[in-house]
Design a protein around this ligand. Structure first.
Ligand code: NAP
Length: 416
């Protein structure tokens, strides 16, 4: 019997397959899940109940997820003395789509971040972050509903490639000597050094996914966000390669901002300098649909946008490659709330909704989003939203999951 990490794959399910870049999803797909550390078990229990209810409600037993637990983080370390066992990677590789809760970042121990390791090992080159508002969620801006963007952040390159040398080490000295003596630079001897690689391959495959997403989902524009006025050969090149890609592959369906109005096109491709983009999402949010950006800009921008619609507790995320997708919470393990059944599970629940949409299970995804929208509209929320919403009812994590489920088909009478 097939097993990973010594745990048998449950009977009754089939593996998702990928053929010619298309995900072929059977009616009973095996989906590996990583429960996550800290509040992970609380969140997973609630999320799984919501997922199963949505699938049941949408497909009446014809479709069903066969969940399969795989291990990473503290849970894996406790069992196998490894933070990210090979069996977990093999299982995700085999079944193609997985979902995970938050993981503790090990301090010391050779792995910088489990999330970064997963992305690099499975070549998950897109970090996808849709950011939209759910009416009633407390927000620091006057019109949070005007922001509805889908961010495609490059996930494998840039300063995240991990190429850096600590100040004062012989390696740092060698790099500095090379740059000063051979390349005519003038770097201070007491510097630490980091390298920012951005490639044609990495940029074009990311921007291609962003444009394709806009076309598939009826979005009107794609904005390339970069700091190319300063970093010409990395960030500036990212922008240039984006426009080059439009000419090479999308000239029939896309126009640039300069061409808009003179030539028909389903999607407008434009670019903005990163610092101005942070103003734009606050001041003119409705002018942006899909955003494609290098790693570091994307990291900052997705958290800033999430704050605008009510915080990380509500923001879903996914890491996608050509053949794999790992859907995940965007917040951390919030260890002080572990085991208390109080944390907001919306980030994982919405990541699951995103996963179902990606699998083509649109009906289940719609039900989950309707359930969340209604529960929040009725002000039946967890502590984090409760403390900022007047007249709200404070629910436990598990009760909030039930509130979502009972609202899925709009059957629930409006609550007190
Ligand atoms: P955190 O776990 O995100 O928690 C910080 C605070 O954010 C919490 O105390 C809580 O605020 C609020 N919060 C987070 N998630 C929430 C949720 N679902 N519902 C309601 N409130 C929520 O950040 P951290 O304490 O800096 O990190 C803890 C561990 O998580 C670290 O090991 C870190 O490396 C790791 N981490 C993992 C991921 C990931 O796996 N994707 C991401 C980030 C961090 P209040 O106390 O105000 O209620």
């Amino acid at each position: 019997m097939e097993a990973y990490n010594g745990v048998s794959v449950p009977a009754g399910g089939q593996a998702i397959e990928v053929r010619d870049g298309k995900f072929i999803v059977p009616d009973h797909p095996i989906l590996p899940f990583i429960e996550g550390d800290g509040v992970g078990p609380d969140i997973w229990r609630a999320s799984r109940t919501v997922f199963d209810a949505a699938v049941r409600e949408a497909y009446g037993g014809q479709r069903r997820v066969v969940w399969y637990e795989v291990f990473a983080g503290e849970n894996a370390f406790g069992r196998f003395k490894e933070w990210l066992p090979q069996g977990t990677l093999d299982a995700i590789q085999r079944f193609h789509i997985a979902i995970k809760g938050p993981l503790t970042t090990p301090v010391g121990g050779g792995i910088r971040s489990l999330n970064v390791a997963l992305r690099q090992l499975l070549n998950l080159y897109v970090c996808l972050r849709p950011v939209r508002y759910f009416p009633g969620v407390p927000s620091p801006v006057k019109h949070p509903e005007r922001l509805d963007v889908v961010i495609f952040r490059e996930n494998t390159e840039d300063v995240y490639a991990g190429i850096e040398w600590q100040q004062g080490t012989p390696a740092a000295k060698r790099v500095i000597d090379f740059l000063n003596q051979t390349m005519g630079k003038n770097i201070r001897e007491d510097s630490g050094i980091g390298i920012k690689p951005i490639s044609v391959t990495g940029s074009k495959r990311l921007i291609r996914r962003a444009i394709q997403y806009a076309l598939d989902n009826g979005r009107k524009n794609v904005t390339l966000v970069h700091k190319g006025n300063i970093m010409k050969f990395t960030e500036g090149a990212f922008r240039d390669w984006g426009y080059e890609l439009v000419k090479e592959e999308f000239s029939e369906v896309c126009v640039t901002e300069a061409e808009a109005g003179t030539k028909p096109g389903k999607v407008i491709v434009k670019d903005r300098i990163a610092d101005s983009m942070f103003q734009q999402v606050l001041l003119r949010p409705d002018e942006y649909d899909v955003i494609a950006t290098p790693n570091l800009n994307g990291d900052y921008l997705s958290d800033a946008c999430a704050a605008q619609i009510g915080g990380l507790g509500m923001a879903p995320g996914a890491n996608l490659g050509d053949e794999h997708g790992v859907f995940e919470a965007t917040h951390g393990t919030a260890p002080k709330y572990a085991g208390q059944d109080v944390i907001n599970p919306s980030s994982v629940i919405l990541s699951g909704s995103l996963m179902f949409r990606f699998m083509g299970w649109k009906e289940a995804s719609d039900l989950i989003e309707r359930g969340i929208t209604e529960a929040i509209r009725q002000k039946r929320v967890t502590y984090d939203l409760h403390r900022q919403m007047e007249g709200a009812v404070k629910l436990k994590t598990s009760e909030y999951a039930q509130a979502i489920i009972s609202n899925m088909n709009g059957k629930e009478a409006v609550h007190g």
